[in-house]
Design a protein around this ligand. Sequence first.
Ligand code: FES
Length: 106
Amino acid sequence: MSDTPARTLVGPAEALPDGQQTAVDVGGTSVVVVNFEGQFYALRNNCTHKDFPLLGGDVSMGRITCEKHGAKFELATGKARTLPAVKPVKLYRTQVEDGQLYVSEL
Ligand code: FES
């Protein structure tokens, strides 16, 4: 057994250029993966205010906006930065290896 945690293949990193986002299933949980300024971020695809997906939300200044009521979450930490959400959203690890983008539990 290796020590490498189970990871989920998102796809070729180049298929997710700057400003793009997608969602993958990680062990039954939907995770939104975002390329913001060339850096990959992964967060649980679920706003902590009400049950609403973050996928498709506007991304700017390192934050993704929930389209439902406008809460903003910091991509790097998952912290809620704008009401009505107060709880952080769960973060995942992103990894690029041999041009392939992976997401795994932190
Ligand atoms: S459901 Fe996301 S801000 Fe209300």
